[in-house]
Design a protein around this ligand. Structure first.
Ligand SMILES: [Zn+2]
Ligand SMILES: [Zn+2]
Length: 272
């Protein structure tokens, strides 16, 4: 393990790096504008989902240690490879000495072989303008740290969970779903804060929105994926951006998004 990361922890205020428990075995930590999820009961074995923006390594470690002590996760699983979800992946994987998993169709984008289309500033505002100062110069390359997920939908170390393949926002985007209590981790397939509103970032409401527009590559696939997720009738969602939502209001709003995707999710200049 790379002890140097721990050594200069002192210069950051780690007291505020605290995860919020949603269920007995799920907590999330908001790393700037994006959620990372921890699946596993406190002090039990656990898995980290997504890794936030870069320079959040120490804070994510601090939040994890408050919940799990010194026990590293079994693995890191990525919903997709956008920089706000993989920013601290390399440092965390090295520090904990654990593998990173991503969908096969996303692998090229996190190993420097393929590059996402450039962010579309014409749909602008909100998260885009807040994140733009920290856009990385180079595409992320996790090299040999990252492996493809099994093709059959199984998730390593998470027996109760399966992944749902939800391309559109990116080619290899996945969500994580647990049938037993219909808990969904949705990444950016849909979110619960308006990604195009700066106000929403600071005053989050619980409302279902489509995927962040400036990074979404294929709107037809994104629509199909939202329909797939609505059909799962989730009871609880923890999205990549925004607060968790649950129950009937979640299902109603998700259905509304699925049935009116063109109107609700697709930016005006992308409609055809
Ligand atoms: Zn994204
Ligand atoms: Zn995102």
């Amino acid at each position: 393990m790379d002890k140097d990361i721990r050594k200069d922890n002192e210069d950051l205020d780690m007291d505020h790096a605290v995860s919020e428990e949603v269920l007995e075995d799920i907590a999330f930590y908001r790393a700037l504008l994006v959620n990372v999820c921890m699946i596993g009961k406190p002090n039990d074995t656990w898995v980290l989902i997504d890794t936030g923006v870069m320079r959040y390594t120490k804070r994510i470690i601090a939040a994890a240690e408050k919940r799990y002590g010194n026990k590293p996760p079994e693995a890191i699983i990525l919903t997709h490879g956008h920089f706000d979800h993989v920013g601290s992946a390399k440092e965390l994987a090295k520090y904990w000495d654990v593998p990173i998993y991503v969908h096969q169709n996303e692998l090229g984008y996190v190993t420097g072989k393929e590059v996402y289309p450039p962010a579309d500033p014409t749909v602008g505002g909100g998260m885009f303008s807040l994140l733009s100062p920290i856009f990385p110069q180079d595409p992320v390359n996790l090299k040999s740290l990252v492996k493809p997920l099994p093709e059959n939908g199984e998730l390593p170390f998470l027996k109760e969970w399966r992944y749902v393949y939800t391309p559109g926002h990116t080619p290899g985007h996945i969500c994580l779903f647990r049938e037993r209590d219909r808990t969904l981790i949705s990444g950016d397939a849909f979110v619960t804060e308006n990604p195009e509103s700066t106000m929403a970032v600071f005053f989050p409401l619980q409302k279902v929105y489509g995927p962040p527009a400036y990074f979404t590559g294929d709107w037809d696939l994104a629509e199909e994926s939202v329909k797939k997720l609505a059909a799962l009738e989730p009871e609880l969602v923890i999205p990549g951006h925004g607060l968790p939502m649950e129950g009937e209001s979640l299902r109603e709003q998700l259905n509304e998004l699925a049935n009116n995707f063109l109107e609700l999710a697709i930016p005006k200049n992308k409609k055809h």
